[in-house]
Ligand binder design. Sequence first.
Ligand SMILES: [Zn+2]
Length: 211
Amino acid sequence: MSFLLPDYCPLCNNKSDPLLLICKKCIPELKPVEIKRDVLKGVIIYSFLPYSEKHRYILHQIKFEEKKFYIDDILCRIDFSFLHKYNIDLITYVPMSLSGIILRGFNQSRVIARIISKKIKKRFYPILGKSKYSKQSLKETAEERSQIVKNNPFYLKRSMYKRIREASSILIVDDLVTTGNTIKACINRIKDINPNIKFYIITLFYTEDIK
Ligand SMILES: [Zn+2]
């Protein structure tokens, strides 16, 4: 595996230690940062890396070069034990449309959610689906399709209703938070069937310029 690793750290561009992708100097910097977004008032959002010019490269490698080991390498060095105090019932992730998954092969937010799920020992579920072309989509049921309205391509999976209704808190995982509108759309869907659920958000990257 090591022969596939670049010999420089993707966070600081300095030469990395052998068998490490993220260098020893950068590992302590992988700390949760609390993020505020106007559209997500009252929702706790944690993120780790500013989506700066140098970090953009990492997300590009993950998304388009399918370098999933970047996610593994970064996340395995993050201590997620701070999440235990929130008593999270469910973990889920922001979905991609079927066409997006076919195009790209995998959903990086799902990969991140799976690793966090393992680390904090809570199950993760694909609660939400995303439809890009509601009329052409064959995968959703008629009821799921009926939820797809303008400006909100997300729908709840019928098989997950019971789980969502019984949960008191949920962690939504995404790769990047910019305005917060995508996460807001997911939250609104979940609130449709459980208005009292408490939301927590984790993203790997965040943009700094948006309040
Ligand atoms: Zn470094």
